[in-house]
Design a binder for this molecule. Structure first.
Ligand code: PRE
Length: 301
């Protein structure tokens, strides 16, 4: 049985994602994303399930920072969950003076809180489920939690289906130490971190390498390197798999220009096939290489 670390405690959205990505495996909650990733680096866990991006609030910075520093880890699978919340209180409730949740969750229910709990002080907690634990322990009066939290904690539902944006979604990754890659499917995502030197035009040069090969980006984020003020690392997700000739061509071009960290190639949860423009398919790259090989052997011109 695989040992799967996940961003917990029990009752987070991430636990649900871990159950979807690793059904029947042995799941262990960790208090932070960093600790879940560390468990994999230390060999205590085989893989970690962590949130990466939300359709309303964007990327989860602790996950980006956790993946870009320390021993390399790669994502081997992803899942996307619909996100709506339950607001949980102690049974028999009383006045709600404080309401807690993970900052990403609070950002997705700001309007609901203003309309329904206008006097309450909003408090950030380490996860949606730790907010539920806090309510149970009397630290807060209400928690904005994943609907499954009610199955783990003896709380009452004040409201369910809470979401300022009805179709919100979060994408989660299953990360392991580098090893055999998942096979390409034609509907894959590749993730890299690019540490480019700070000079005019570097980011646009990197993006041009992808654009000139008609490789479609699915996400672009920047995070500070933490070394020099104003220096950033770029997190780039794009369609395709590193085992495809067109992606190999792009990755080698990028590697010549900057320091790269590979964060994985794996099937997309939404199964959207890669956009392939005329002249930019894998066979086009194979044919072009075969022509150059023939020239080198003196068999073509
Ligand atoms: O706290 C949780 O339940 C989580 O799994 C984390 C997280 C996130 O980091 O975005 C996951 C999904 C929701 O968007 C809110 C919180």
């Amino acid at each position: 049985m695989l040992r799967i670390a996940y961003f917990g405690p029990q009752g987070t959205f991430t636990e649900q994602a871990a159950r979807a990505l690793a059904p029947g495996e042995d799941l262990t909650p960790y208090e932070t994303v960093r600790l879940a990733l560390q468990a994999v680096r230390e060999g205590v866990a085989d893989a970690a399930c962590v949130p990466i991006e939300n359709s309303v609030e964007g990327v989860v910075p602790t996950t980006l920072d956790g993946l870009s520093a320390g021993e390399p880890l790669v994502a081997v699978a992803e899942t996307i969950l619909p996100i709506h919340f339950s607001v949980l209180t102690r049974p028999g409730g009383g006045e709600i003076r404080t309401v807690a949740s993970h900052p990403h969750a609070l950002a997705q229910v700001r309007e609901w809180l203003e309309a329904n709990l206008p006097g309450a002080t909003v408090v950030a907690s380490s996860s949606t489920a730790s907010a539920a634990v806090g309510v149970l322990e009397g630290q807060y009066d209400a928690a904005v939690s994943a609907p499954v939290a009610i199955e783990h904690y003896a709380l009452e539902e004040l409201a369910t289906g809470v979401a300022d944006v009805p179709d919100a979604q979060t994408r989660f990754l299953l990360c392991r130490r580098p090893g055999e890659l998942p096979a390409p499917t034609g509907a894959d995502r590749t993730s890299i971190v690019a540490a480019a030197v700070n000079r005019t035009g570097t980011l646009s040069e990197l993006l041009a390498e992808l654009a000139s090969r008609s490789i479609n980006l699915t996400r672009l984020d920047a995070r500070p390197t933490r070394n020099n003020f104003g220096e950033y690392r770029f997190f780039i997700d794009f369609e395709g798999h590193v085992a495809e000739p067109r992606i190999v061509d792009a990755m080698t071009a990028l590697r010549r220009r900057c320091h790269l960290r590979f964060l994985g190639s794996h099937p997309r949860a939404d199964a959207v096939a890669a956009t392939i423009e005329p002249g930019a398919g894998n066979q086009d790259f194979v044919d072009a290489q075969a022509w150059v090989d023939a020239v080198l052997k003196g068999e073509g011109a």
